[in-house]
Design a protein around this ligand. Structure first.
Ligand SMILES: [Zn+2]
Length: 295
């Protein structure tokens, strides 16, 4: 392929990506099939929390191409752009395809045990404890209609999805109550390595009394569908966490501490540490919640 041809192809791909972006309806990331009782997102109808990859405003987090779940619109656009750039770079390097651009490395299946080889303090129970901590924090923030306190460990795009969901409740003057929430179990689904990052996908099973009330009157909203305020329901979500390879587990680490300096996370300082200034939802420092998929 000549350099000119590749450049033309790149521009076509970029134009296609832009057109798709402009044409995409609002809520393109929302998972179809709302109305599933049991976790934040479905009660509001269109504000499902399921989302695609990790297109990130601050810390760049790569999207695992093989990382489960349906391919999202964002993923498709990114792949188009990446393909275009790879072709362009190859053409610049001689056009034969034998240039310096590295061939794509498929995701490799690993295991939680394998993580210990580069991070001796990593442990399965500690990891599940962290997921449990995140899970409770996400539900509390959801119920309070403010996802900011959970931002310390949320990838930017997942934060946006959740924050969009709670804003819908604010607009509608509704509160999504989650009484008696507890995690029943956390099971490993897959552990993969790709592009210098480790991805762990787990299935979380939890139980909650989930219902929606009018914030003004306190009355139940559509109790037949959104919960009667009395009946516990069990629900499941796939959670995908990401961390850069080489990052180390720190003793006493928690979502309530800065992953860099260990200072407590203070009110209002949920992204940048108030003490050391580090951006805390950085997968090169600690596990970040990349994606929530409702089952
Ligand atoms: Zn810090």
């Amino acid at each position: 392929m000549s350099r000119e041809t590749a450049a033309k192809l790149l521009s076509v791909l970029l134009a296609a990506a832009l057109a798709l972006a402009l044409l995409a309806p609002a809520g393109a990331f929302a998972r179809a099939g709302g109305g599933h009782v049991g976790s934040p997102g479905r009660s509001g109808g269109s504000s499902s929390r399921g989302s695609g990859g990790g297109l990130s405003g601050g810390v760049p987090i790569p999207i695992p191409i093989g990382g489960g779940g349906g391919g999202s619109f964002g993923t498709i656009v990114l792949i188009l752009v990446v393909v275009g750039i790879v072709l362009y770079v190859r053409s610049r390097n001689g056009g034969s395809g034998a240039g310096t651009a590295a061939p794509p490395v498929p995701p490799q299946t690993t295991s939680l045990d394998a993580l210990k080889s580069t991070d001796p303090d990593f442990g399965e129970q500690g990891f599940y404890g962290r997921v449990n901590e995140m899970f409770i924090a996400v539900q509390h923030a959801w119920q309070a209609r403010d996802m900011e306190p959970a931002r310390r460990f949320l990838a930017e795009q997942q934060f946006d999805v959740l924050q969009g969901g709670v804003q819908e409740y604010v607009r509608n003057g509704r509160l999504n109550k989650l009484d008696g929430l507890h995690v029943d179990r956390i099971e490993p689904v897959s552990v993969t390595a790709e592009g210098g990052y480790d991805y762990v996908r787990v299935l979380v099973t939890a139980t909650v009394i989930d219902y929606t009330v009018d914030e003004r009157t306190g009355e139940l909203v559509n109790p037949g569908v959104l919960g009667d305020g009395k009946t516990p329901k069990t629900f499941q979500e796939y959670w995908t966490l990401v961390r850069k390879q080489g990052a180390q587990t720190k003793a006493e680490a928690t979502i309530r501490k800065c992953p860099n300096c260990g200072a407590p996370v203070t009110d209002g300082n949920y992204v940048k540490c108030a003490y050391c200034g580090t951006q805390m939802n950085d997968p090169s420092l600690d596990w970040v919640l990349l994606r929530i998929e409702q089952v």
